[in-house]
Design a protein around this ligand. Structure first.
Ligand code: GLP
Length: 243
């Protein structure tokens, strides 16, 4: 595992964006696995900057997102497809047919998951998968549990995740209770994995995920078994990893 500890959020974003842009330059038709949440916002903004300066070209890039809320479509500002359009898709020259997320509008979970699994299998492994971390060590929406779920599946979100995500929803609007997410196998098949974390409230998660026991109770801990993982964390997020 490669670890970069940065001074702050901005440096973390620039470093991670550098790694992603190197991937695109090296392989212009790469498959990028993308993540949502507040952590990657600065990365996307940096990538958009470089695109606007003419340094990056997304015309052949294919993207696959980790997850989406069940019941939300692009018209909902809280959906991940809306987030991706706002932060990246609408700002660079990605082709609309090359971007993929689970379809939250399909409420039949089995159908939605099967469709996304099939699509992932057709596209092939991600060349690079970007991941954030939930405070409880979740990746995508793989919540702590008794076993690792392998493929795309529908999850019931834990109370702590619902609470953490409440900030993105207007007062009175409740956070969806279910989401579709890539499973652990869908994530681990990526050739390279890039994890980003910022702030002291992620310090426990970073410590447990990268230096704790590998257990489904801390879903991200499975990343210790992947042979090409890079962590870019700022000092706050890395603060519990220093002896
Ligand atoms: C959500 C997403 C995850 C993300 C996590 C952390 O639960 N499904 O993919 O990593 O939030 O988000 P944030 O970066 O806002 O802390």
């Amino acid at each position: 595992m490669r670890i970069y500890v940065t001074k702050n959020y901005d440096e973390m974003s620039r470093k991670a964006a550098n790694i992603i842009s190197a991937q695109i330059i090296l392989k212009p038709d790469c498959v990028l696995g993308l993540a949502t949440g507040s952590t990657p916002v600065g990365i996307y903004s940096q990538l958009v900057d470089w695109y606007e300066k003419g340094d990056l070209d997304f015309s052949e890039v294919i993207t696959v997102n980790l997850d989406e809320y069940r019941g939300l479509g692009a018209e909902s500002e809280q959906s991940y497809v809306y987030y991706m359009r706002k932060n990246l898709f609408d700002k660079v020259n990605l082709k609309s047919e090359n971007v993929h997320l689970p379809d939250g509008r399909i409420t039949d979970a089995e159908k939605a998951c099967r469709a996304y699994n099939t699509m992932l299998a057709e596209i092939g492994p991600q060349d690079l998968q970007l991941l954030g971390l939930g405070k409880n060590g979740h990746i995508g929406f793989n919540e702590p549990g008794k076993f690792f779920e392998k493929d795309v599946h529908c999850v019931e979100l834990t109370q702590s995740t619902v609470e953490a995500n409440q900030r993105f929803f207007e007062a009175g609007k409740s956070v969806p209770t279910h989401a579709y997410t890539m499973g652990i196998r869908s994530i681990l098949r990526a050739k390279r994995i890039l994890v980003v974390a910022s702030g002291e409230d992620k310090a426990d998660a970073v410590q447990k995920v990268f230096f704790g026991q590998v257990t489904p109770e801390v879903p991200g801990s499975i990343l210790q078994l992947h042979d090409d993982v890079t962590l870019v964390a700022d000092e706050g997020a890395f603060s519990k990893c220093r002896a």
